[in-house]
Ligand binder design. Structure first.
Ligand code: MN
Length: 278
């Protein structure tokens, strides 16, 4: 199943059929050069041939923004937005692809402009993440994302949720070293377990770490318990900045669920936090 992981319906054949190969993006309704946005699904021998890198180069040369990613079904998916002639030029490129590619079909769908500020490759791991359950003065969960070699960290009193209706307070705390990611056991007078871990992708419209400094960061987790798109939205800046951690509405969202209660055990040892002895 195709997954953008970011709350937007994946490209599916049925939605693409209106804009099949040869049609290209619709002409501008207003007769002048206007901004437009498309989603493309490119089929054929298009993965493992440098297609994403070539698309990034071409899109940036055309001053377009958006993203390119490998689809789970062997396709290459593209979101591009910018002036209509430039989008048309990128679509023309997608019909050929880089030299080793063999494109058999390009399906184009007009979509809304999302306001991207970069053209990025999506679906690449940005590093590791870990969630450590921590009983100290207060019980909380520490979400840590690897950014530029350190683990950016947020303390989440109630822990993460897979329910998009739930907004969890996340208080920014000191960076940790990656060496701490596998720590489990007694910590001072407190206790720690590794509640979840895995890799993550940086998403959103703004490049990282700029997205974090601006206070709105979108990412996709590939953990054992946590999956799919999340957003961190800063609500109060300054020391101990306050953020909200929100699950995005995607195929991995589980409305009404309580993942912290349902899956309390360490992904490393199988222990619960109560089975750790300070
Ligand atoms: Mn902590």
């Amino acid at each position: 199943m195709l997954s953008t992981g970011l709350g937007r319906p994946a490209l599916r054949g049925v939605t693409l059929s209106r804009w099949e190969i040869g049609v290209g993006p619709a002409v501008a309704e207003h007769g002048s050069v206007t901004a437009t946005a498309i989603r493309a699904a490119v089929r054929g021998e298009v993965q493992g041939v440098g297609f994403r890198d070539a698309t990034v180069r071409r899109a940036r040369a055309l001053a377009l923004t958006g993203w390119v990613r490998n689809g789970a079904d062997g396709s290459v998916e593209v979101h591009a937005e910018g002036p209509e002639p430039a989008v048309d030029a990128l679509v023309a490129f997608l019909h050929d692809g880089p030299q080793p590619a063999r494109v058999t079909a390009v399906a184009i769908e007009r979509v809304g402009i999302e306001g991207h500020e970069q053209f990025a490759i999506r679906g690449l791991s940005a590093g590791v993440f870990v969630v450590q359950e921590h009983v100290a003065t207060a019980h909380h969960f520490d979400l840590r994302l690897e950014v530029d070699g350190v683990m950016r960290s947020w303390a989440i009193p109630k822990g993460p949720s897979l329910d998009p209706a739930v907004k969890r307070l996340a208080v920014e705390v000191d960076d940790h070293e990656t060496a701490h990611n596998t720590f489990e056991g007694a910590l001072g007078a407190g206790r720690v377990i590794v509640w979840d871990h895995g890799t993550y992708e940086q998403g959103g419209r703004v490049a990282w770490p700029e997205a974090l400094s601006r206070g709105h960061a979108v990412f996709v987790l590939h953990g054992e318990k946590l999956h799919g798109g999340f957003a961190l939205q800063r609500t109060r800046a300054g020391p101990k900045a306050q953020w909200l951690l929100i699950k995005r509405r995607d195929e991995q969202a589980r409305p009404g669920s309580d993942v912290v209660a349902e899956h309390p055990r360490s992904v490393l040892s199988g222990r619960t936090i109560d089975e750790i002895h300070a």
